[in-house]
Ligand binder design. Structure first.
Ligand SMILES: O=C1C[C@@H](O)[C@H](O)[C@@H](O)C1=O
Ligand SMILES: [Co+2]
Length: 297
């Protein structure tokens, strides 16, 4: 199989309207966002806060633009709330994604997360206790069972400012969950921002990786976030993330590793930055051109 027949390219709406900071891009409409995704040459999208919540309303908007739903983010609170609360919200999210034809569900543990708080992201990230690790791994396996009821899989999103951010934390999560129940999302931007080696992580966990986010890092801004003890969201506002090809990450060896693993699924360009400073259509085209030039897709 060729790269182009194994991999589909999507883009996340977070560059147009930011769910973590809805004031960023509030002027950008839903239809502008999805039209510009299609115009830039993408065939998939994730879900943003301006998207219609009813699958029957959303579907025709996307079909008109030849866009599919790749997946969407789900915040779990397995370490801080009774399982039933996360499960109830998860089932609604799963059923929405299933109705939209998605195969994977992005899950991130937000119990104790500081990603939305005004705290230094490098020094105040949570570290789970043994009991929290157990609640997390058992809860994720149960979410994996719920996903499997619909023929879907959960893909865990390691993330800055959370209890699963570093290489050791990702390794532990993978070691302590069953491969048939919990898969992994590989996000280049979060790994490099955290100081991890994305290629090594890809190679270590390639059999578990079922969803990919491509974002690049502006190295000078990443250094400033450390030096000034900035929060995650301050880093985003300052422009730590950008599209592939516009930052410090060498995507060529990563694309080669993805090819070598015969990965089948979505690669989602996800580069949240202030749309008033980085025009979303311009950056979407920049990302599409860079990927075309680096990879045979
Ligand atoms: O996948 C993601 C979803 C966002 O809401 C998040 O904060 C971002 O950084 C990300 O990687
Ligand atoms: Co991501």
């Amino acid at each position: 199989m060729t790269t182009a027949s194994r991999i589909k390219l999507a883009i996340a709406p977070i560059a147009w309207t930011n769910d973590d900071m809805p004031e960023l891009g509030k002027e950008n409409s839903f239809e502008q966002c999805i039209s510009e995704m299609a115009l830039a040459g993408f065939t998939g999208t994730e879900i943003g806060n301006k998207y219609p919540k009813d699958p029957d309303v959303l579907r025709p908007y996307l079909t008109l633009r030849h866009l599919e739903v790749a997946s969407a983010w789900f915040s779990a609170f397995l370490t801080t709330q009774p399982f039933e609360e996360t499960a109830g919200a998860f089932i609604k999210h799963r059923d929405f994604l299933h109705a939209m034809g998605a195969k994977v569900i992005v899950v991130s543990e937000q119990g104790h997360s500081i990603q939305g708080q005004d705290l230094p992201v490098f020094t105040k990230k949570p570290v789970f206790t043994e009991e929290e690790w157990q609640r997390l791994t058992e809860g994720l396996e149960k979410l994996g069972d719920l996903a499997a009821e619909k023929g879907m899989a959960i893909v865990y999103h390691h993330h800055m400012g959370t209890g699963v951010q570093t290489t050791a934390e990702i390794d532990r999560l993978m070691a302590e969950t069953h491969p048939d129940k919990v898969s992994l999302l590989f996000d280049t931007g979060h790994l490099v921002f955290s100081g991890e080696d994305p290629l090594a992580i890809y190679q270590a966990h390639q059999k578990r990786i079922k969803h990919i986010h491509f974002k690049d890092i502006r190295e000078d801004v990443a250094k400033e976030v450390v030096a000034e003890a900035d929060s995650f969201l301050t880093g985003v506002r300052k422009g730590v993330f950008t599209v592939p090809g516009d930052g410090m990450i060498d995507f060529k060896p990563i694309c080669e590793a993805i090819d070598a693993s015969q990965y089948e699924g979505w690669v989602v360009v996800e580069a949240e930055q202030d749309p008033a400073l980085a025009n979303p259509l311009e950056y979407a085209i920049k990302a599409r051109n860079y990927i075309k030039g680096t990879w045979a897709i």
